[in-house]
Design a binder for this molecule. Structure first.
Ligand code: MD3
Ligand code: FE
Length: 203
């Protein structure tokens, strides 16, 4: 079920259902625990994060970047599970993009009351590849604007199992997640989990 969001962006409703993704996230989080990262300004980010893949997104007093080593454990991030890479590639294909082999999967965990402010994803080495995002657990309201911060923003509900693919003219669009509402989900409890697949390094 394809729902166009904008030029270059499409929602694939339910594309990630029944693939056991929540259990795989639990396994990853045993090796690379969810943690609150710090911003450059020394503030704590409300969303808890971990990563898998050869590169992981990190933030600390030195800023935002991708690193091959988890600063919490000193070990490489857990490798990208085959099922994750295959799902991301299948979603990109279904959205009309070519082969997509991400090297980074950022895993965000939201508790009720937590949000992600409007931002652009531009810490990657290039912007030619699409980004694939997977929503699990509690629903959230996603905000999606344009290339300019001042462009009008539209809201869309993202639910358990929804996948969104962003590329081309949508790749550098401003986006964010509104404050998560209270609730309980049978698979994730009182939380929402988002997987964001990116090609972060150089090809
Ligand atoms: C639109 N995560 O980790 S996923 C992020 O639900 C992030 O946790 C949100 O934004 C979340 O950076 C939103 C949807 C998403 C991801 C990347 C995008 C939307 C995007 C890149 C460009 C445009
Ligand atoms: Fe983002």
């Amino acid at each position: 079920c394809k729902e166009p969001l904008a030029e270059g962006a499409v929602i694939l409703r339910g594309f990630a259902l029944d693939r056991g993704l929540v259990d795989v996230v639990s396994t990853i989080a045993k090796a690379a625990p969810f943690r609150h990262m710090q911003t450059r300004g020394g503030r704590q980010i409300g969303v808890e994060m971990t990563n898998c893949g050869s590169l992981g997104w990190v933030s600390d007093q030195r800023g935002y970047r991708y690193e091959a080593t988890d600063p919490l454990t000193g070990k490489p991030w857990p490798s990208m599970p085959e099922g994750f890479g295959d799902l991301a590639n299948a979603a990109a294909g279904a959205a009309g993009f070519g082969s997509f082999r991400p090297d980074a999967c950022l895993i965000n965990r939201y508790a009720p009351g937590v949000k992600m402010g409007l931002h652009q994803d531009k810490d990657e080495a290039g912007f030619d590849a699409p980004i694939v995002s997977v929503s699990l657990g509690l629903p959230a309201t996603f905000q999606f604007g344009g290339i300019e911060r001042s462009d009008p923003v539209r809201r869309h509900e993202l639910r358990h199992g929804d996948v969104v693919v962003w590329g081309g003219p949508a790749r550098l669009a401003w986006h964010g997640i509104l404050t998560l509402k209270q609730g309980e989900h049978p698979e994730t409890g009182r939380s929402r989990i988002n997987l964001t697949f990116r090609l972060a390094g150089y090809r």
